[in-house]
Design a protein around this ligand. Sequence first.
Ligand code: N01
Length: 482
Amino acid sequence: MTLNVAIIGSGFGGLAASIKLRKAGIDNFVMFERASELGGTWRDNTYPGCRCDVASNLYSLSFARNPNWTNSYSYQPEIQQYLLDVAKKFRLRDLIKFNHEVLDITYNADKKLWDLKTNHGDFEARNVILAAGGLAEARLPNIDGIDSFSGKIMHTARWDSSVDLQGKRVAMIGTGASAIQTIPEIVPLVSHLDVFQRTASWVLPHMQGHPVKKWTTLAYRFIPGAQKIVRTVGYWRREMLGLAFVKKIEKLQVGMDGAKLFRDLMVTDPVLNAKLTPDYTMGCKRILISNSFYPAMVQPNVDLITEGIDRIEANGIRTKDGVLHEAEILICATGFYVTDSPLGRKVHGLDNALLADSYMGDMANYLGSSFSKFPNLFMMGGPNTSLGHNSIVFMHESQLNYIVPAVKFALKKHAVISPKEAMAVEWTKTIRAKTPHTVWGTGCTSWYLNASGENTTVWPDQTFKFRQLTRGFKKQDHDITV
Ligand code: N01
């Protein structure tokens, strides 16, 4: 049977797409999920201390608010439970084909259908929504000798809870968002931790993460609109930060001064303090929020190594100064394949166009959601729809305001639709021209940039503007064949 829609992934994006499709009266669709459970990045990231740095009221679907959050900034298990609850409430589980890894997605122009190859057989679909997520493919560092390490290697996004860290000598590579949450949790366990830092991060104190009071939960449950108001206020506070990122970069100096004060109070050793001092404008890489990272870094069993890694050997990590830092366990908090996600190489459109070129090559996109040579294919979390300052769930819902009516139109009219090449080129040009004037154009390396140093990941403007631009399906922007 030909599917109306094949959705790839069952994380926030896939679940939201399913709910919205159904609400639009569309049936006969499935979510292909390579794992045995739904949840995407919140299923995968089970490292100790894993928590969202966006408030729970905001980091949730607007149409599925949860009055029962126990913490204002939730930890991973509660977010994963939220997604399981959403799936239950909206009866989505039966729509998911678990353990189905999509191996290839190719457009068949004769049949006007997408052919999907999975590890459990082949499928055809009239429309495809890619919702595999930007933080899905864990990246191990490409460091000489990594295969020769004789101990256990773990990536934070593939945490193995059966590994006992108690009393072990541990090395951690990376000091990004995942690392700074993991480090304080494992320092009390390990005999020694060497943290290998390539770039120091901007760290601010966590001022608002706290258990939710009972009366607040009651207010969320029983006072109509109470939680929505809190969510809205939280959204606009973040947009103030967004304003500094995209228009008033000089205002970030206030944040940098505050972060310096915080660091100076927490890290009194001048050598360690200097090593932890970032050398780029705050916000160019993701701002980290933690009250426990600096206190962990000053513990006597922790060393911060900034000499640069030369290679990994059987017994540890050798730095460029020739010193071998012995380790029994190696933890890589080294991020994800984002601009070079393997999924991009599995999607082939017209003229054998490769979706990977939307991030890595010159391929233009429309609203970060569709591509001229990929008819009836849409991408959640596509180019320049990731965020540095607000909730990604808001962006997902914005994308769906365009994607769902587009799919509905295509199904109703039996139409082949794709954005006009000129519209896609115009959109991509406009987005790329914005970045140099934002904080992401101030010069730092991050996963927001592709191999050519171009921002193909983060939305370089305020999010309400994206919401305005994605309002509905504009026929005039598309090539439509019926
Ligand atoms: O990954 P990252 P992450 N040698 O790519 C270093 C979300 N998230 O998993 O900065 C040495 O940010 C790398 O160094 P450098 C959030 O969107 C959110 O931490 O490239 N070091 C960096 O320090 C976040 O942005 C939350 O110089 C190497 C680190 O590894 C995204 O996930 C929590 C190296 C990678 O940092 C990714 O965060 C967790 C090498 N070869 C994640 N390769 C919250 O909500 C890489 N590094 C709080």
